[in-house]
Design a protein around this ligand. Structure first.
Ligand SMILES: [Cu+2]
Ligand SMILES: [Zn+2]
Length: 187
C-alpha cells in the first residue's frame, strides 16, 4: 500500500515537472520570437483585387523582420518584393489608364531617400529581399529584412512584382520588377 502511494506521488511530481517545463519553454519561445502577424495576399489586376494566392507571416527577430511566405500561383523565378506606403491594394488611374495596385503608392521610404537600393542599404526601408518562386509557382522560402520591424509596416501593404529585383534604379527604376501582380494589406 505504501509503495503504491509513493508511486502515485512520484507520477504526480513527474507530470507537474513536465507541465512546468513546457510552460517555461513556451514563454521563452514567445520572448525570443517577438511579435508576429499574418497577412493574406491577393492577385491584383487593373480591374481590382482578385483571389487569394496565400499568406505571408512576419516575425520580429533580433536579425530583423523575418518574412515567411506561403504562396502559390506565381510565375517561377525571382519577384520584386516590397513594402509599399498605403494599406490599399486597389487599382488607380495613371495617364488615363487603370493600373494594378497603384493605390498602394510608392515604396515605403520614411527617410525620403528617393532611392531603391535593396534590403542591405540605406534607401527605401520597404525594399525587402526578393521573393523566390519555384518551378511549381510556390514561394515558401523565408527571408529576413534587417532593420525593419512589424511596427514599421503596419497600415501599409506588401507587394509582389511580375519580374525580379536588381536592388537598383538602373537600368529600370525600382529594381525593374515592373507590374504589380499580388498584394496584401498589413493591418
Ligand atoms: Cu514594389
Ligand atoms: Zn524600393
Amino acid at each position: 500500500m505504501k509503495r503504491e502511494l509513493f508511486a502515485v506521488m512520484l507520477i504526480k511530481v513527474v507530470l507537474m515537472t513536465v507541465v512546468l517545463t513546457g510552460m517555461c519553454v513556451q514563454s521563452a519561445y514567445a520572448d525570443s520570437h517577438g511579435e508576429s502577424i499574418t497577412v493574406t495576399v491577393n492577385s491584383v489586376t487593373a480591374q481590382g483585387v482578385g483571389h487569394s494566392i496565400g499568406s505571408i507571416t512576419f516575425h520580429d527577430t533580433e536579425q530583423g523582420l523575418q518574412i515567411s511566405p506561403k504562396l502559390t500561383g506565381l510565375t517561377p523565378g525571382d519577384h520584386g518584393f516590397h513594402i509599399h506606403e498605403n494599406p490599399d491594394c486597389g487599382p488607380k488611374e495613371k495617364d488615363g489608364q487603370m493600373v494594378a495596385a497603384l493605390a498602394a503608392g510608392p515604396h515605403f521610404d520614411p527617410t525620403h531617400s528617393g532611392k531603391h537600393l535593396g534590403p542591405h542599404a540605406a534607401g527605401h526601408k520597404g525594399d525587402l529581399p526578393k521573393l523566390e518562386a519555384g518551378a511549381d509557382g510556390v514561394a515558401s522560402k523565408s527571408v529576413v529584412a534587417p532593420g525593419v520591424k512589424i511596427s514599421d509596416i503596419r497600415n501599409r501593404s506588401v507587394m509582389i512584382h511580375a519580374g525580379g529585383d536588381n536592388y537598383s534604379d538602373t537600368p529600370a527604376p525600382l529594381g525593374g520588377g515592373g507590374a504589380r501582380v499580388a498584394c496584401g494589406v498589413i493591418k
